[in-house]
Design a protein around this ligand. Sequence first.
Ligand SMILES: [Zn+2]
Ligand SMILES: [Zn+2]
Length: 284
Amino acid sequence: MSNHLKPYDGLKASLLTQHGKESVICPEMLNTNGLEVIHVTGYDTDKLGTFTRDIPRYGSQLEAARKKARVGMELSGTQIGIASEGAFANDPYTGLIPWNYELVLMVDDTRNIEIVGFFGGEAQSASKLASSWDELTVFLSEAQFPSHQLVIRPDDEYQLECRKAINTIESLKEAYDWAAKLSKSGNVFVENDLRAHTNPTRMANILKATQDLAKKMACLCPECKSPGFSITETKKGLPCRHCGAPTNLPIANMWSCVKCGHKEGVAITNQDGADPSRCNYCNP
Ligand SMILES: [Zn+2]
Ligand SMILES: [Zn+2]
């Protein structure tokens, strides 16, 4: 499915961000696709939502990214816009581990398409209600402080007044004293700052989503030649090597085009059947 043509080579795109995402998105787009991404500022993206619960997100993850991309294109006058939006939940396997979904969107008005890059991985998103400075300091290794920064507020997570981007023990103590003084309950609520520039785990996930997007942008539809031909579905049913019954392992990928809707199923080759340990009959 790869192609030697680079449909974005030499073109310009905008990226609206105030959280340092240009440091991973710009080099990746230039190296993989030859696309020059211009960092755009001058609009407060926090107006479209924050992770600190003070401003709810503008629509879905995709809608928020689309809004940012459009604003960036307007401010810079480019016909191509890139934007990223993150979300936090629990992991999809056990539901116990903090998880981070990163979406990086490219809007291309020259071809009238959108391509979405996506990645889900572990988050560094810890929080603690602490009743003393000693209790707070015990939490610091779990929070990966200071490489990952902190937010602190009086009383509980719903208190709107807070201090963000805390990255030294001195500023943490100062912010703790501030929050403890304002606290009615005697507790302070401390948590990881989830903004990209304060959370290297999240920034690494944004890079992976950007790589997913870059790969899709470089892959052309065999039917209409539009960029954005990618795997959108996986078919399960790889037969067991021992008894031949279908297993839950993938047997084929379904590729789809964002422009014309062309679909192609491609068998996953180089596999000689599923291991019997993955078979419901051989290993129930
Ligand atoms: Zn079997
Ligand atoms: Zn197509």
